[in-house]
Write a protein that binds this ligand. Structure first.
Ligand SMILES: O=C(O)[C@H](O)[C@@H](O)[C@H](O)[C@H](O)COP(=O)(O)O
Length: 175
């Protein structure tokens, strides 16, 4: 599989990312009637700010967006460590995505309970075709996953060398 890598300066990254996300949003809302996006934490939300400006803010079909998290900390949604709070304060509260299309973890559950609950939610959305899935594995195929990488090479909460890197059955897990 050919992989394309582009390198940007910070400001240019925000501009290019906004166009890339808007183009994908148009494509998937037209083709599937939904656009499924996974967010991470870290600096990502800052880089999404251009989507809140012209020409994107009024042209994107926000009502068709469905938002998920690749990783989340088991803290209340109001906690400063919450990736949901980070995204809500900096982005989601400023765009008209229906609240029912924003799939935060259930912070009333234990860590295990929240991971299982998230997996059940994702499976339900795969079964109802909101999330596309791989015909080979049945696994969800999100339209866009926006990931950051930490200095140690971790992506989401998957750390290099950790056994969870090899997990290939569960969709929601604890770390
Ligand atoms: O919850 C988190 O901390 C993130 O999901 C994490 O995986 C992040 O994306 C990377 O650490 C990169 O962070 P920066 O974008 O801040 O470099």
């Amino acid at each position: 599989m050919a992989v394309e890598v582009e390198v940007f300066e910070k400001e240019q990254l925000a501009v290019s990312l906004a166009k890339y996300v808007a183009d994908l949003s148009n494509k998937f809302t037209r083709e599937r009637g939904a656009f499924t996006v996974c967010l991470s934490g870290g600096s990502l939300i800052n880089y999404l700010q251009k989507l809140l400006e012209d020409p994107y803010i009024d042209s994107i079909e926000w009502a068709k967006w469905h938002v998920f998290w690749v990783d989340e900390r088991v803290v209340p949604k109001t906690h400063d460590d919450s990736n949901y709070k980070l995204a809500f304060d900096g982005f989601l509260s400023k765009v008209p995505i229906p609240p029912g299309n924003v799939y935060a973890i259930n912070d009333a559950l234990s860590a295990e309970g929240a991971a299982d609950d998230y997996e059940t939610c994702v499976k339900h959305l795969v079964n109802s075709n909101v999330i596309a899935s791989s015909s080979a594995s049945g696994f969800p195929k999100f339209d866009l996953m926006l990931l950051g990488m930490g200095p140690d090479g971790h992506v989401a909460s998957l750390f290099p060398g950790h056994p969870l890197v090899h997990e290939n059955k569960k969709m929601g897990y604890l770390n």
